[in-house]
Design a binder for this molecule. Structure first.
Ligand SMILES: NC(=O)c1ccc[n+]([C@@H]2O[C@H](COP(=O)([O-])OP(=O)(O)OC[C@H]3O[C@@H](n4cnc5c(N)ncnc54)[C@H](OP(=O)(O)O)[C@@H]3O)[C@@H](O)[C@H]2O)c1
Length: 346
């Protein structure tokens, strides 16, 4: 009996250790990684704020060439100046990723200026938060135009160039929602699932063509992260946008840069994203119910009801929200303190 107990304990320890190892892991860049970035050319869509801006500046600090694409030209020019000061070389190409002609012009401009494209990062996206049938149908269509069609246009331009060069890394920014759909984000989650599916299909095509290895497609899947995304999202909840247990943006920036040097097909950014994806593989319905319940409490009950309906930056870029950090965690703390105070009748 004692023998079996010892075996059982050892098995349990092994299980816990392997679970810990599977969920942990980070993306730290070695000195060699940093040298390998120097002189490489990166195209980054959505480079005016959030992850895109953070990645552009991080890469510039390692002396990369960064081609900055988004709609806000003045903000991109500011990012370009910072990138130059940090040691990189920057090119600004005003781009609306929902327009195939803009994306094709972006690829041409990058090749004309730097001769090649080593890494293409499809990062630009928009969100629409609210009950599915409360959000106007044209807003759902626009989410698809930017988040899915934009990624298809970018992937097409990048892979054509990579085939000419014989090498390249395509990074598409998905989300933990690529695997775990979230209530009140239905069409956004659907586009992110499609982005993951696109990457999986492209890698198979590359394998069949004997090009897998020199050319790789990676989908980076961040957990909810504090960027201007929530300020930019269309919002029909009547409440301020929020997410529980947010990560800070710099962690995701490091994952994206690391992936450009060590690409793999699916890259959850940290233990929360890994745990959610793992849990969804084991128990999909339960994971979706729990995620939806958390989203409902956080978004529909705890957020203050002060927000008029907005299309955010879906159709036109917004002036606000130009940083890497979105200030959402600080706002949520203030809102929670106010709510608790009101509940306790003080
Ligand atoms: N923050 C999160 O919690 C989170 C979690 C998982 C995944 N993600 C993904 O991470 C990526 C970056 O988002 P973020 O969090 O950094 O939010 P963000 O700060 O709002 O960045 C979005 C970027 O996309 C650009 N953009 C929007 N529409 C565009 C269009 N039609 N054409 C070209 N550029 C456009 C925006 O710039 P302009 O307005 O200047 O065009 C901005 O630079 C997105 O793919 C998002 O889905 C975010």
């Amino acid at each position: 009996m004692a023998f079996y107990e010892t075996q059982l304990r050892a098995a349990l320890r092994l299980f816990l250790l392997s679970t810990f190892l599977a969920l942990s892991g980070c993306a730290s860049l070695s000195a060699t990684d940093q040298q390998n970035v120097a002189g490489k050319t990166y195209v980054i869509t959505g480079a005016s704020s959030g992850f895109g801006r953070g990645v552009a500046l991080r890469l510039a600090g390692m002396k990369a060439n960064v081609v900055l694409a988004a709609r806000r030209t003045a903000v991109l020019n500011e990012v370009a100046s910072q990138a130059q000061v940090a040691g990189g070389t920057a090119l600004v190409v005003t781009t609306d990723v929902s327009k195939p002609e803009d994306v094709s012009r972006l690829a041409d401009a990058a090749v004309q200026r730097f001769g090649r494209i080593d890494v293409w990062i499809n990062n630009a996206a928009v969100g629409a938060i609210g009950a599915f049938d409360t959000i106007p149908v044209e807003d759902h269509a626009r989410v698809v135009d930017v988040n899915l069609k934009g990624v298809i246009y970018g992937s097409h331009a990048a892979l054509r160039q990579f085939r000419k060069q014989g090498a390249g890394v395509l990074i598409n920014i998905g989300s933990v929602e690529s695997e775990v759909p979230l209530a009140y984000h239905a069409s956004y989650s659907a586009t992110k699932a499609a982005v993951l599916s696109l990457g999986r299909g492209l890698n198979e095509e590359l394998r069949l063509a004997g090009l897998r290895g020199p050319i790789e497609v990676a989908t980076v899947m961040p957990w909810a992260t504090d960027t201007p995304f929530f300020e930019h999202a269309a919002n029909y909840t009547g409440r301020t946008a929020r997410e529980p247990a947010m990560d800070g943006p710099q962690k995701v920036v490091e994952y994206i840069v690391y992936t450009s040097l060590h690409p793999s097909e699916e890259v959850p950014t940290g233990w929360k994203a890994r745990a959610a994806i793992w849990s969804h593989h084991l128990a999909p319905d339960l994971t979706e119910h729990v995620s939806a319940n958390i989203s409902h409490t956080s978004q529909m009950e705890h957020a203050p009801p002060v927000q008029p309906p907005t299309t955010g930056s879906l159709y036109q870029p917004m002036q606000g929200g130009t940083g890497v950090d979105g200030g959402v965690r600080a706002r949520m703390e203030r809102e929670d303190a106010e709510r608790k105070k009101a509940e306790s009748g003080q």
